[in-house]
Design a binder for this molecule. Structure first.
Ligand SMILES: *Cc1c(COP(=O)(O)O)cnc(C)c1O
Length: 453
């Protein structure tokens, strides 16, 4: 069968259920622990931080398929299915015998896959009768996605944005405000922790840890609010499985069998979502795939981190998770511009990696932006820097195939567009981008601060 340039599923072929890969794992991810007691968290404890249904999903290691509520399916129809693209132009330009496919998640205003989980989290918050949610937007895509999701369900969305990003990323900020979010530069006068930091450090431009602490304080001190996270958690991987399920349905329909599946890995949600159903087949012994996580050499949690219990958030309020981590205090060097700066990795992916069921590679950021630029010029789409880690690895794999003559099928996740990352591209275009790789000593300082459990 001739493979079209873009494969779209029809509405009837869209997944109606998410797939929970934990159900097929023989060794389950280690349980989340209450940081106070050191005991596995209960549903009741989890429900104080997360919506009850999301807490239930977080703790569910056994149910393989979970129905996607109709309201979420309706919203998914606005921007799904996302296309599975055969990168004919890239294959030709590289002169490789390999076949390259990518699943493109950037076709929505928030610009990335994060909307897949944002809409689910907003739905369950609404269902529970909550008034709103609080968060910090990370690099901005999560805040944007959550604003869109909250607008759809008429929920209040309070975003604490690190003050320097608030000032330096006016476009992200204004997209969030256009969708109705209340965006506060952090530290702010609106929380106790914010006021304390401002008193101590007047004029500070803020930090991620502080923004998280403010978002959490605002959630727990305001009736009817919860704090939400856009990656790392198993519930987020579950929602993101829609990426993998659509990909698998498209592959099966056209007889495409990927040999290598590649994804960038920050907290692990897009990669986890893309690979889940494929990993399920692998775990059940039905098929085998080479699965590769790609991370920045400047924030190498899988390739150089420890497999240990750590805080999921720099604010140290969420439960402890066992994961590959660089320590919750780890901050990548300031000249790191390529995203994926999270210190740890999803506990599901960490366990799969520890068992040797997937691999990890790290890549340096100038090589990532070279791949991003090459991809933009050949395939047309301007990729997000995060996604470009996967592009780098896919191109490297295709070039290896050119040397060996192997006709491998390579599949990678193109998680988003780079429109809001032009400052990073500018650095690259001006030749100002450098590669920084942390030394063993620098990493050891982070490992020393891991909580003792
Ligand atoms: C947030 C983000 C990532 C990384 O997060 P994961 O949870 O690891 O998927 C990758 N690409 C884009 C475009 C993002 O916005």
């Amino acid at each position: 069968m001739e493979i079209p340039y873009k494969i779209y599923l029809s509405e009837e072929e869209l997944p109606r259920q998410w797939y929970n890969v934990r159900a097929d794992m023989k060794t389950k991810p280690a349980p989340l622990l209450n940081p106070g007691t050191g005991q596995p968290v209960t549903l009741e404890e989890m429900s104080q931080i997360f919506c009850t249904e999301l807490a239930r999903q977080e703790l569910d290691n056994d149910t393989p398929y979970i129905d996607i509520p109709k309201e979420i399916l309706d919203f998914y129809r606005m921007y799904r299915p996302s296309p599975l693209v055969r990168a004919y132009f890239l294959e030709k330009a590289l002169g490789t015998p390999a076949k390259i496919y990518y699943k493109f998640e950037g076709n929505n205003t928030s610009g990335s896959h994060k909307l897949n989980s944002a809409i689910a989290q907003a739905y369950y918050a609404k269902q529970q009768g909550l008034k709103g949610v609080t968060t910090e937007p990370g690099a901005g895509q999560w805040g944007t996605a959550l604003s869109m999701a909250c607008a759809y369900f008429d929920l209040d969305c309070r975003v604490f944005m690190v003050k320097c990003s608030y000032e330096q990323k006016p476009f992200r900020r204004e997209v969030m405000r256009t969708y109705g979010a209340n965006v506060t530069p952090s530290p702010s006068e609106t929380t106790e922790v914010g006021r304390k930091i401002l008193a101590e450090f007047p004029g500070t431009t803020g930090s991620l840890g502080c923004a998280i602490s403010e978002a959490v304080e605002a959630a727990v001190s305001t009736e009817g609010y919860r704090y939400v996270l856009g990656s790392v958690l198993s519930q987020v991987l579950l929602h993101q499985s829609v990426i993998g399920l659509e990909t698998m349905a498209a592959c099966d329909k056209y007889g495409i069998v990927p040999d290598v599946i590649i994804g960038c890995a920050g907290g692990g949600s897009n990669l986890g979502g893309l690979i889940s159903p494929f990993m399920g087949r692998k775990l059940r012994g039905e098929a085998d795939y080479q699965i590769v996580a790609v991370e920045p050499a400047s924030c190498p949690s899988l390739t150089r981190g420890r497999y240990a219990y750590d805080f999921c958030d720099t604010g140290k309020v969420c439960p402890l998770a066992k994961m590959y981590t660089l320590g919750s205090g780890f901050i990548p060097s300031p000249n790191h511009a390529g995203g994926l700066r999270y210190h740890g990795m999803s506990s599901v992916l960490s366990e799969l990696y520890d068992e040797g069921l997937m691999e990890a590679r790290s890549v340096e950021q100038t090589a990532v932006f070279e791949a991003a630029t090459q991809f933009a010029r050949i395939e047309g789409t301007l990729p997000a820097p995060e996604s470009s880690h996967a592009i780098r690895a896919a191109i490297d794999e295709a070039l290896r195939c050119k040397e060996t003559g192997e006709e491998k099928t390579i599949l990678f996740g193109l998680t988003g567009t780079g429109y809001f990352d032009m400052v990073a591209y500018q650095k690259f275009n001006d030749g100002q981008m450098s590669d920084y790789i942390p030394t063993d000593d620098e990493l050891a300082a982070g490992f020393d601060k891991l909580p003792k459990v």
